[in-house]
Structure formats: structure tokens, C-alpha cells
Design a protein around this ligand. Structure first.
Ligand SMILES: Cc1cc2nc3c(=O)[nH]c(=O)nc-3n(C[C@H](O)[C@H](O)[C@H](O)COP(=O)(O)O)c2cc1C
Ligand SMILES: Nc1ncnc2c1ncn2[C@@H]1O[C@H](COP(=O)(O)OP(=O)(O)OP(=O)(O)O)[C@@H](O)[C@H]1O
Length: 173
């Protein structure tokens, strides 16, 4: 059977499914460190992602990244790479202590499990900060919501997964 679109091998599994055994805890953070959570699709990595993750890491002592499931990427084109692949690559990045697969339907489930001190929203993430803060409060989660800065590419560079795909299609399609 051909797995055409990727996420399918990890559909229906929890954030602590079998694939997470392949991730590594790079630091032994104590219980009192500031835990920061970042999130996104991270389909085709570029320096904008690195900028975001470095900035998110600088907001605390430990950075956990939630990698979006295909089912939650409904505001733009579906990712090319499967979620487990996207997660593994993000997990290998220096600023990242741990990357996990997001929940399929309720994005607050991993947040409840992680109980972070800070949620670092990306500069262009569509989530509304006030609405997010309200929902966190409703669920009894004391957590600061911060917005990271964006970085623009120079010259011929592409700091957007969509723009990289567009260029591939343009040049190779
Ligand atoms: C606090 C927070 C938690 C999230 N948790 C999940 C999750 O568990 N599962 C998921 O698929 N997406 C989750 N997301 C959503 C995605 O990370 C993301 O915003 C979106 O689906 C991907 O698009 P983007 O890369 O343009 O942000 C979360 C977003 C936020 C702000
Ligand atoms: N140029 C950038 N500068 C700063 N942060 C970025 C940049 N590009 C992406 N990010 C951040 O990285 C996280 C993951 O982004 P995402 O996977 O949506 O990548 P993207 O390149 O923006 O994708 P697309 O081009 O398909 O919209 C988000 O929080 C997003 O704000």
C-alpha cells in the first residue's frame, strides 16, 4: 500500500506514541526551569524556523516543540512530509530539547500534559493571543503567551516552506 501523504502512519496515535521513543532528551532540566513551548508545521526547514526556535529557546531554560498534525493544517496547503519526519528533524535542531507530535484534534492536550511556563507563538501564527490566553485560563493553565519576531530573507533566499515549494515547482516542475 502506498502511503501517499504522510501523516497517516501516525494518525490516531497519542503525543507519546511509539515514534517518540526515537526522540532524545538532550538536557536534564530540573523541575524549576522555565519550560517554553513552540509549535508549527515545520515542513521544509529554513532559517526562519531556526530564528524562531532560537528566540523561543531564549525565553526559558527548556524548549519543547509541538509539531502540527496534518489534520490541524487546514489554513494552508497540506505538508509534503509526514509528521513523524518533521518531528524527527526539528528534534535534532540545537535550540530544541524535545520535539513531539501534536494531538490530532485538541491542541490543548499536549499543553495540559507539558504545563509550560511560556508559549512562544511564531510571528505569523494565526492564533489570537487573547483567545489563547482565555482558553488557557479556562483550563486552569497558568502560562504566559509571547509572540516571537520574524526574520526576512536576504536577496535570493526563501524563508517560507511555501515559497520553497513554489520555487521547486517553478524550476523543476
Ligand atoms: C499552544 C498551541 C498548541 C498547539 N498544539 C497542537 C497540537 O497538539 N496538534 C496540532 O496538530 N497542532 C497544534 N498546534 C497548531 C499548530 O502548531 C499550528 O499552529 C498550525 O496547525 C500549523 O500551522 P503553522 O505552522 O502555520 O502555525 C498548536 C498551536 C498552538 C498555538
Ligand atoms: N521567516 C520567519 N521568521 C520567523 N519565524 C518564522 C519564519 N518562518 C516561519 N517561522 C515560524 O516557524 C514556525 C513554523 O512555521 P511554518 O511551519 O508555518 O513555516 P512557514 O515557512 O511559515 O510555512 P508556510 O510558508 O507554508 O506558511 C511558525 O511559528 C512560524 O511563525
Amino acid at each position: 500500500m502506498e502511503l501517499s501523504d504522510g501523516d497517516e502512519t501516525d494518525d490516531g496515535t497519542s503525543t507519546h506514541d511509539r515514534d517518540d521513543s526515537r526522540t532524545t532528551d538532550k538536557h536534564d532540566d530540573g523541575p524549576n526551569g522555565t519550560l517554553v513551548v513552540a509549535q508549527g508545521t515545520f515542513d521544509i526547514l529554513h532559517p526562519g524556523h531556526v530564528h524562531y526556535l532560537r528566540e523561543a529557546a531564549s525565553m526559558g531554560d527548556e524548549l519543547v516543540v509541538i509539531v502540527a498534525r496534518r489534520s490541524n493544517v487546514d489554513h494552508k496547503a497540506q505538508p509534503i512530509c509526514p509528521a513523524s519526519q518533521r518531528r524527527d528533524v526539528v528534534d535534532a535542531l540545537k535550540p530544541v530539547d524535545r520535539a513531539i507530535l501534536g494531538h490530532e484534534s485538541d491542541i490543548f492536550v499536549p499543553i495540559e500534559e507539558l504545563d509550560p511556563d511560556v508559549i512562544a507563538l511564531g510571528h505569523d501564527q494565526h492564533h489570537d493571543e487573547d483567545a489563547l490566553a482565555d482558553e488557557l485560563e479556562r483550563r486552569g493553565l497558568g502560562c504566559e503567551v509571547r509572540r516571537a519576531s520574524g526574520v526576512e530573507p536576504a536577496d535570493d533566499e526563501r524563508y517560507s516552506s511555501r515559497r520553497i515549494v513554489e520555487r521547486i515547482v517553478e524550476r523543476r516542475g
